[in-house]
Design a protein around this ligand. Structure first.
Ligand SMILES: Cc1ncc(COP(=O)(O)O)c(C=O)c1O
Length: 386
């Protein structure tokens, strides 16, 4: 029904992934499988809605109306079994901006913000750019998978004001279990730590796994949580800069809204609202098909690693369209790994060390590309590390 095999030329479309290859990797002739957007077409029902609006010749200041808000409420209930109220939704032009708003709204210079590296690196700067202290509770990597060191997390939470939570977790691909969420939540409650739960990858779950929004664990947890969601990763709309914060606590919501209003950025853009509404209204089946396809790409990568008896190990993702690869058995240092990947495999991946402590020896590969590209990339990767 949907053609994820189609190759779409993205060069010279101002695409960061393609048009910044020279700056990022020092050469153009590489297959870019780094930054987290997809090489699949944004679904036709989204494109049609944008085109329809674009045909009206005026793009003035615009409202996000009731149908926009209802599409978010319906999506969250259908996809995540979470009933949210209209007035809990706060617009944000992005999730990374929202992390920074939370820092500004809820902490002061010198306060500590807790993160779980290896993690999406803008989590670090959302603290350090504002003179807040980063407190890191590194995930445990054992038997090829990641878990939380709860003793360490509890010790660090004592000093933290905020916790930037990646759920599902980028780059490890973990979908946190209810038990893990309950433990995290109870530690945060005990220590008065507010949770900023970045759930941008929440719709991108592999079959047999279920994402649980941490705010649904209990009303008490919801009361200390800001949940960040967006159609951007799910429907390939990152350039639309349109996302939502779900905040049931009135006081927290007011504080966030005050920062956003004081920066005068709550208007958003007319096409972002149109795209978001179309995606959430019509996109349910498309996402199921997308994740089946990505799962097939993951099978290709996994089977290539196995059949070539590769020294590269796959950390099995439970969510997201990225895979976290362990190169430690190659015996090479990070620079050498990167060099081989760029110059011999001719690939552009995300370099593990940028994800902080625990990232050394790893690389992240983006699997949201047509199968032929993922297959060729997998072959090249295994060949050069033979
Ligand atoms: C965990 C996580 N949060 C946030 C973002 C980016 O969010 P935004 O583009 O809305 O700022 C990404 C993009 O890769 C991500 O992986």
């Amino acid at each position: 029904m949907y053609d994820f095999d189609k190759i779409v030329e993205r060069e010279n479309t101002s695409s960061i992934k393609y048009d910044m290859r020279m700056q990022m990797f020092g050469k153009e002739d590489i297959t870019p499988l780094w930054v987290a957007d997809m090489d699949f077409e944004t679904p036709d029902f989204v494109r049609e809605a944008i085109v329809k609006r674009a045909q009206h010749p005026i793009y003035g200041y615009s409202l996000r109306g009731e149908t926009y808000t209802n599409s978010i409420i319906d999506w969250v209930e259908r996809k995540h079994d979470w009933k949210i109220n209209e007035d809990w939704i706060v617009f944000s032009p992005g999730i990374v901006p929202a992390l920074n708003f939370a820092t500004l709204a809820l902490t002061k210079p010198g306060d500590a913000i807790l993160v779980q590296p290896p993690v999406y690196f803008p989590f670090f700067t959302a603290a350090t750019d504002h003179d807040r202290i980063l407190t890191e509770s590194t995930l445990i990597y054992k038997h090829g998978g990641y878990t939380i060191d709860f003793d360490d997390f509890a010790a660090k939470a004592k000093y933290a004001k905020l916790f930037f939570f990646s759920s599902p977790h980028n780059p490890t691909g973990r979908v946190w279990t209810r038990e893990e969420l309950v433990q995290i939540a109870s530690i945060c409650l005990d220590n008065d730590v507010i949770i900023v739960s970045d759930e941008i990858h929440n719709d991108l779950i592999f079959p047999n796994k279920k994402h649980i929004p941490i705010a649904t664990i209990s009303d008490e947890i919801a009361d200390i949580t800001i949940t960040c969601i967006a159609p951007s990763k799910t429907f390939n709309l990152a350039g639309m800069a349109t996302s939502s914060l779900i905040i049931s606590n009135h006081n927290l919501r007011e504080k966030m809204q005050t920062i956003i209003d004081s920066l005068h950025i709550s208007l958003g853009n007319v096409f972002g609202a149109i795209a978001s509404e179309a995606a959430y209204t019509h996109g349910y089946d498309w996402v199921i098909a997308l994740m089946e396809y990505v799962s097939g790409n993951l099978d290709v990568l996994r089977s290539t690693l196995i059949s070539t008896n590769s020294r590269i190990k796959l950390v099995e993702p439970e969510a997201t369209y990225m895979a976290w690869l362990d190169f430690n058995d190659t015996g090479y240092d990070d620079d050498k790994i990167k060099n081989i990947i760029i110059n011999e495999a001719k690939l552009g991946l995300s370099h593990g060390p940028i994800f902080g402590v625990g990232g050394s020896g790893f690389q992240r590969i983006n699997l949201a590309s047509p199968r032929t590209i993922v297959s060729s990339a997998s072959d090249r990767l295994c060949k050069v590390f033979k």
